[in-house]
Design a protein. Structure first.
Length: 230
């Protein structure tokens, strides 16, 4: 479904990705794991269109999406939850979640919201509260629900577990499982390998902007856990 080939990303003189090639097949949950600065966010940001690669190709269903602007990629069925729980603090929980389905029609939005509230009752209980007043874990759940709200075919999750208490790690894991049950394809970047390894089918261990290992979760588990402590 998603093919990344020979991707280079540079920020001025800094090379963040070097010849990166990654495949995500339909229905898979693929994990990018690696220490700080390994290049995980740069990979996700290149797919969503927030950074422009210096070289290489990104194909979605065989189509090169390099020329598709960031705001149009959502319409291709890509959902995105950024690193660091970026919710809109003064908007309510409900407004935050619905912003993920912006421009999609009232009926679609209502159905998506009903579904999300049935999965995470907390979103209903806190619907009218400004998102900035929530705890870190609650904000992360709102950010993920926002990405789920458009019911994307490909969901990009950047560090969904970082800095969260175990109770929220469980809730976020449940959200990801719900998307898996719906057949969503997922690409997830995560430093906290342990909970992510429970959800992924395959993974890539990254370091210095390159893939160091790839394989099934069983094959990469040891090196993924080693990177977690770097
Ligand atoms: P983290 O978990 O810290 O986000 P990461 O694995 O996601 O790490 P990236 O954020 O992709 O890694 O960073 C890869 C490299 O690119 C690092 O050396 C980082 O310092 C650098 N980098 C990332 N964003 C920028 C930027 N906007 N300007 C300059 N350098 C950047």
């Amino acid at each position: 479904m998603l093919e990344i080939r020979d991707l280079d990303v540079r920020y001025g003189g800094i090379t963040a990705l070097r010849g990166l090639s990654i495949d995500v097949r339909q229905g898979e949950t693929v994990l990018l794991v690696g220490a700080n600065g390994a290049g995980k966010s740069s990979t996700i940001n290149a797919v969503i269109g927030l950074v422009r690669p210096a070289r290489g190709a990104i194909r979605l269903d065989g189509r090169d999406i390099a020329a598709v602007p960031c705001e149009r990629r959502a319409r291709l069925g890509i959902g995105y939850s950024p690193e660091g729980r970026r919710v809109f603090p003064s908007m309510t929980v409900r407004e935050n979640v619905l912003s993920g389905a912006f421009g999609m029609g009232r009926r679609h939005q209502r159905r998506a919201l009903d579904w999300l509230v049935s999965v995470f009752p907390f979103l209903g209980e806190r619907a009218s509260q400004p998102a900035g007043q929530l705890s870190g874990g609650q904000q992360q759940l709102v950010a993920i629900a926002r990405a789920m709200c458009s019911q994307p075919r490909l969901l990009l999750l950047d560090e969904p577990f970082l800095g969260l208490a175990p109770i929220w790690v469980r809730q976020i894991s449940e959200a990801i499982r719900e998307m898996q049950r719906r057949g969503t394809t997922i690409l997830m970047a995560e430093q906290m390998a342990r909970p992510a390894l429970k959800l992924a089918t395959r993974g890539y261990v990254m370091r210095g902007g390159e893939v160091r290992r790839e394989g099934t979760v069983a094959e990469i588990r040891d090196s993924a856990l080693a990177e977690e402590y770097l």
